[in-house]
Design a protein around this ligand. Structure first.
Ligand code: API
Length: 327
């Protein structure tokens, strides 16, 4: 079977985008999970943090399903949704669209370039819940906002929220950003444990200055990634809750892969976050799957988007330069 795909990234969080809208391709959920495990393997010619499947939607312009590199499906992916937003808007020749995701139909919209010649999109991150049952987090309380979890740390305080995928966020000092604490804690809560039966994305956040934060995330189903869009959105909201930043104001969110912008909103229906950042194409490829062995494939063609790589490298260099002043 031949599959055409686009390797893309949002702030260095990279994905393989596969279009199932044309009807030439249609996979079962098991096949999607197996494709994610096989094609995201970084020991192959491809490799990525996950796969974005773009499908038709009865009610919206398109539908996104996201599978982590371990084959698990997530309810949401912020960086991936920006890549899907670009793909669908360009396909339908629109400046904005609505994309169906597992828990919501979300607005997406082309934005002014975040940096010269870098395709930039805004995506809506919602619904947001602080109910521990929505992660789930097994604690005998309704919410966890800036509180200790003794089993995880004797000095860190955490906030748990679903956007709607599950996030655990802690505001740390510089020394904790580079320590093994995050790796050890994240591997525990994403293995067999009494707290997070479905695992959780774990973010360590450093406040750089008013309106600027740094977020490093260990992603459920992946591990450490260059960035996690839902985590940066969740982290921005947490910094507003604890008074480091303001709702309705732009927060520059730096990460190991570059930077994005978040704006936290509070509506009658609850919080939602605007996540604004790049949607960069890396290459277009044609892959031939081995019919007999689902773990084997051959890359028949690969065409790189060289100009986009050059432009994104400039953004990344500028972001790293800013970060180095603080961390
Ligand atoms: N690993 C996440 C899904 C991908 C989210 C991330 N890549 C983003 O940009 O939000 C989870 O299992 O909840």
């Amino acid at each position: 079977m031949n599959i055409e795909l686009i390797k893309c990234h949002g702030s260095g969080n990279d994905f393989l985008l596969i279009d199932e809208m044309e009807g030439k391709l249609s996979f079962t959920d098991d096949e999607r999970a197996q494709l994610a495990i096989t094609l995201c393997n970084r020991k192959t010619e491809l490799g990525a943090d996950g796969i974005l499947f773009v499908l038709n939607s009865d009610k919206s312009d398109a539908r996104m399903r996201v599978f982590n590199s371990d084959g698990s499906e997530a309810s949401m992916c912020g960086n991936g949704l920006r890549c899907v937003a670009r793909y669908v808007c360009e396909k339908l020749n629109k400046e904005e669209a609505v994309i169906e995701t597992m828990k919501a139909h979300l607005k997406v919209k082309k934005q002014e370039d975040l940096f010269p010649d870098i395709p930039t999109y805004m995506v809506e991150i919602s619904p947001v819940s602080f109910q521990l049952k929505d992660l789930p987090l097994e604690l005998d309380q309704e919410k966890l906002v800036n509180e200790k979890i003794e089993r995880l740390s004797d000095h860190l305080t955490f906030t748990a929220l679903a956007v709607p995928n599950p996030h655990l966020v802690t505001i740390v000092k510089t020394e904790d950003i580079h320590s093994d604490i995050q790796k050890n804690l994240s591997e525990y809560v994403n293995g067999p444990n009494p707290l997070f039966p479905d695992g959780v994305n774990v973010s360590f956040v450093k406040s750089l200055e008013k309106g600027a934060i740094y977020v490093r995330t260990f992603e459920r189903g992946v591990g450490f990634t260059n960035a996690c869009g839902t985590a940066m959105s969740a982290s921005s909201l947490v910094t507003c809750l604890i008074g480091l930043n303001e709702k309705e104001e732009v927060i520059e969110v730096y990460n190991p892969g570059g930077k994005v912008r978040c704006v936290v909103h509070e509506a009658d229906s609850g919080y939602w976050i605007e996540l604004i950042g790049n949607a960069t194409y890396v290459y277009r490829a044609e892959v031939q799957l081995d019919e007999k062995n689902k773990n084997q494939f051959e890359v028949m063609k690969k065409e790189h988007f060289d100009a986009e790589a050059v432009q994104y490298a400039k953004l990344e260099e500028a972001a790293q330069g800013f970060i180095r002043q603080y961390i």
